[in-house]
Design a protein around this ligand. Structure first.
Ligand code: DLL
Length: 433
């Protein structure tokens, strides 16, 4: 299969590490000079960018965490003046505040380059027709894939998420060969195809699925592959470090190749914060090497994975990231949307008539993840009329939709019906496992 940028994707490791060191020195200097956050962080540990003499020295630097984005909302982490920022994206933060990222023109060019590598790895070519069924908007998924696919010359259908029957109609009429979506949406679409009497293998031209935005198991992958008759690749990334393009799978499906000429990836023990032994699982920590608008140093992703460095059969020399097996925090990823229980809590405690006792139930509806929120109503509302209950429910629904972009099922329950805990409350019940 083709390799989009052989020079960097197949660079001998020694050379690659020298390149990383040179870029690391530059980015640390830039972060130090242009960001109060980083200047303070570095000063606190008595570090100056000149102190870097090898890649291991990165270990001396403090981490960046999601709260740093919240504390510097919206633009205080940017390292360039706003007139150089040409695009903003965002994802959920730990509270109602969004995690905002900005891109310069140059950042956008590099982003497309990295996604072009990623889609080429999966076998996408200029002759392909790609249907982007990620939601267009602040989410990095759709725009990231869109421009990377265009860069390789593929024909892009920017249909966005949802509207499943139309998705299938276009797939058939436009002879779509590549589906870009979350894995759960891909399976859901296959169910809708079945209901519409479409046999994907016989009647559609799909050959590759570029999936990402949420975790999915090997069994889930096999199910998608069987239903559609395609190669289903897993692609990881997160808004804070620039979205998709960080890593993706080649046709050998043996870990995701990391774009190491633009990122340094470390795996740490989330307890001791020290690097784990090679090949061991731990928390993924990422440093961006070339981001202009928003360099991020040692970002703790909270995602759990491991790395391997042996050369892949495809010829690429870059480190490979194993499937993400979980997270160290309570962030939920529902249909690709990041949701923190704390966000739900902060919405419902502000609604009159609701008591702060609730449970979040995650379950599967067909192949899609769904979420139900059970929340107690207060005594005075409970004994009151039905219309008032309905108004409370509607208000909760709307506010959750405004802050989280999700529309959960709501179940108002009577006072004292949710089990009280003497220790940590078990607020999230995940029935998917
Ligand atoms: O999900 C970026 C992305 C879009 C990646 C499209 C790939 C394709 P966020 O919305 O900031 O960014 O969510 C990032 O989602 O920390 C993981 O917990 C989870 N995640 C994303 N991709 C994967 C994946 C985008 N392939 C958060 N496997 C991350 C497992 C994933 N988890």
């Amino acid at each position: 299969m083709d390799i989009w940028n052989r020079e960097f994707e197949c660079m001998p490791r020694e050379e690659l590490e020298l390149l990383q060191l040179e870029k690391l020195k530059n980015i640390l200097q830039r972060a130090y000079n242009n960001s109060k956050l980083y200047k303070d962080k570095f000063n606190q540990v008595g570090f100056t960018p000149q102190d870097i003499s090898n890649l291991e020295d990165l270990n001396k630097l403090p981490f960046t965490v999601k709260d740093d984005f919240r504390d510097n909302y919206p633009f205080n982490m940017f390292c360039v003046p706003m007139n150089e920022v040409v695009r903003l994206h965002a994802s959920s933060g730990t509270t109602g505040k969004l995690t905002v990222i900005g891109c310069t023109k140059n950042d956008l060019q590099i982003w497309s380059e990295l996604v072009a590598r990623m889609v080429t790895m999966a076998g996408v070519k200029s002759s392909d027709i790609a249907q982007v069924a990620f939601g267009y908007g602040l989410f990095t998924g759709a725009h990231g894939l869109h421009y990377g696919l265009e860069k390789v010359g593929a024909t892009v259908i920017p249909i966005s998420g949802g509207n499943s029957e139309k998705q299938l109609m276009l797939m058939k009429d436009f002879k779509t060969t590549v589906l870009v979506s979350t894995p759960t949406y891909a399976l859901h679409l296959s169910e809708v195809a079945e209901q519409m009497g479409i046999d994907p293998k016989a009647e559609l031209d799909l050959k590759v699925g570029l999936f990402g935005g949420e975790a999915f198991s090997e069994e889930y992958r096999k199910e998608i592959e069987n239903r559609w008759g395609i190669l289903a690749t897993d692609n990881y990334g997160l808004s804070e470090i620039g979205g998709p393009g960080f890593s993706g799978e080649c046709e050998h499906i043996c870990g995701q190749h990391v774009a190491e000429d633009h990122y340094i990836v470390e795996i740490i023990d989330p307890e001791t914060l020290q690097p784990v032994k090679p090949g061991e699982q731990g928390e993924v920590v990422i440093t961006t090497l070339t981001k202009e608008a928003l360099p991020v140093i040692r970002y703790r992703t909270k995602d759990i994975s491991s790395l391997k460095y042996e050369q892949c059969a495809c010829g690429r020399t870059t480190a490979r990231l194993s499937k993400i097996t979980g997270r160290t925090d309570d962030m939920l990823v529902i249909r690709g949307v990041n949701v923190f229980p704390s966000q739900i809590e902060s919405v419902l405690v502000n609604i009159e008539g609701l008591a702060p006792h609730y449970q979040i139930i995650i379950y599967k509806k067909g192949f899609l993840d769904d979420i139900e929120i059970r929340v107690e109503v207060s005594e005075n509302i409970f004994s009151d009329n039905y219309r008032q209950l309905e108004a409370v429910e509607e208000s909760l629904k709307q506010q959750l939709n405004n802050t989280l972009s999700i529309t959960p099922k709501i179940k108002l329950v009577e006072p004292n019906s949710i089990e009280r805990s003497s220790g940590k409350a078990k607020r999230v019940i995940d029935l998917r496992k």
